[in-house]
Design a protein around this ligand. Structure first.
Ligand code: SF4
Ligand code: SF4
Length: 157
């Protein structure tokens, strides 16, 4: 497992409990990401009920060893539809975000889990807790969309 690719240095202690999401600076906002990679799994949405189903079919840019996007700064050249999550669009995306996603948790007024790297102080703790996509995905390239239903999973919690 690689070291934490997210800059969590010199942040104010437990800043996420002291400021609303809309007041976070860029480093604080990015540091909220726990590195689980679950938002990079493809989902299926029932057109009638709106229910969202998670699959193990990963976006082509995801590396499930690091659980990170391999092309994050230039990802929109390859995946134009990749969401840029911000405080002002969280309302419309929170419903499909993973249940353990820090952005969703804080949006719901819930605390971060002890395994969150900001709490544990270690990037690996999200993988050790078994809540990341570490070594559990199949490739979007090798899995035709018609077969995605066969890869529906429960979110690792
Ligand atoms: S689900 Fe949330 S916490 Fe996990 S990688 Fe995506 S944005 Fe980060
Ligand atoms: S482009 Fe990168 S950040 Fe966007 S869904 Fe794919 S792996 Fe995730």
């Amino acid at each position: 497992m690689s070291k934490d690719p997210i800059n969590r240095n010199k942040l104010s202690p437990r800043f996420w409990e002291k400021k609303p999401l809309s007041k976070l600076n860029e480093q604080e906002w990015e540091a909220l990401c726990d590195g689980c990679g679950k938002c990079c799994l493809n989902k299926l949405e029932d057109a009638d009920t709106g229910q969202v189903f998670l699959t193990r079919v990963a976006c082509r840019m995801l590396d499930d060893e690091t659980c990170r996007c391999t092309q994050y700064p230039i990802r929109h050249q390859f995946v134009p539809e990749c969401i840029v999550l911000k405080p002002d669009n969280l309302d419309s995306h929170a419903y499909w975000m993973p249940q353990t996603c820090a952005y969703r948790l804080l949006w719901e007024g819930k605390p971060l889990y002890d395994w969150h790297p900001l709490v544990s102080g270690r990037a690996e703790s999200v993988h050790e807790a078994g809540v990341s996509v570490y070594q559990m995905t199949v490739s979007e390239f090798e899995t035709p969309e018609d077969d995605w239903e066969d890869h529906i999973i429960e979110e690792p919690l």
